[in-house]
Ligand binder design. Structure first.
Ligand code: NAP
Length: 241
């Protein structure tokens, strides 16, 4: 079931910690050369070093998804250095919470800027590399709130619904170029994001970042005949369906 990614190049956004760190390590363990990106150089450098220490290949490239002039050069560097991009995992995201009546619009703008605009921008850059090579896989990390709605999370929820809309349209456009596109919608995962947002939740009942990384590997292990549009992974103690 393990995908064989030797010779493949993968870029992970938000790869410095949490779910993105687990995905970066899993892709490298499967043989990919992984470009680990986020804003915090210390964290992406540490993940790249962990990968190298385990015998894998990785490069850390800092970028801020909210800033187009920081993102485009990273994709240009990937094109220049590797001449290809096989996997893009749009994982980076931020959550700022509060009741609709209270949330500052600046918080909404920040979430839209990273979760939607930043993800869109990376899809655009990846398509420009993948379409000519007629192959590639774009995986967008959405959330359970990509289809459900929870109180105090309206802005975050709206951006994750938007990521689903982006993924659905992109999937149709990408398919004609031989590029596959999927969304992964996790429930609560034990990361800094959840510890900040939901300190009331017992980490023991949460998913681990590696559970999401495993879903990424599963998608990449599929035969060329198969396409999976979305994977919803919930923690086992939550409500089924
Ligand atoms: P996390 O631990 O807070 O990590 C978020 C990552 O995104 C960090 O590496 C962060 O690095 C990066 N990031 C944030 N703002 C950025 C920006 N402007 N430009 C570039 N990178 C940026 O969060 P996580 O829990 O692993 O979440 C990862 C993804 O999974 C998010 O999209 C989140 O919405 C989604 N998700 C999480 C859960 C959960 O329960 N944890 C559930 C469903 C979906 P820097 O701050 O250094 O830039």
């Amino acid at each position: 079931m393990e995908p064989r990614l030797a010779g493949k190049v993968a870029l992970v956004t938000g790869g410095g910690r949490g779910i993105g760190r687990a995905i970066s390590k899993a892709l490298a363990a499967a043989g990919a050369h992984v470009v680990v990106t986020a804003r915090t150089q210390g964290q992406i450098g540490a993940v790249a070093k962990e990968i190298a220490d385990a015998g894998g290949a990785a490069a850390a490239m800092a970028m801020d998804l909210a800033d187009e002039s920081s993102v485009r050069p990273v994709f240009a560097a990937v094109r220049e250095r590797f001449g290809r991009l096989d996997v893009l995992v749009n994982n980076a995201g931020i959550g700022l919470y509060g009741l609709v009546k209270d949330v500052p619009l600046e918080d909404l703008d920040r979430m839209v800027g990273v979760n939607l605009r930043g993800t869109f921008l990376c899809c655009q850059e990846a398509m420009r590399i993948m379409a000519p090579q007629k192959s590639g896989y774009i995986i967008n990390i959405s959330s359970v709130v990509g289809f459900k709605g929870y109180p105090k999370q309206a802005g975050y929820t709206a951006t994750k619904h938007a990521v689903m809309g982006l993924t659905k349209s992109l999937a149709v456009e990408a398919q004609e170029h031989g590029i596959r596109t999927s969304a992964i919608l996790p429930g609560g995962v034990d990361t800094a994001m959840v510890r900040d947002a939901r300190p009331d939740l017992d980490p023991a009942i949460l998913l681990q970042p590696e559970d999401v990384a495993q879903a990424v590997l599963y998608l990449l292990s599929l035969s060329d005949r198969a396409a999976v549009d979305e994977i919803y992974i919930r923690r086992r103690t939550s409500q089924p369906f």
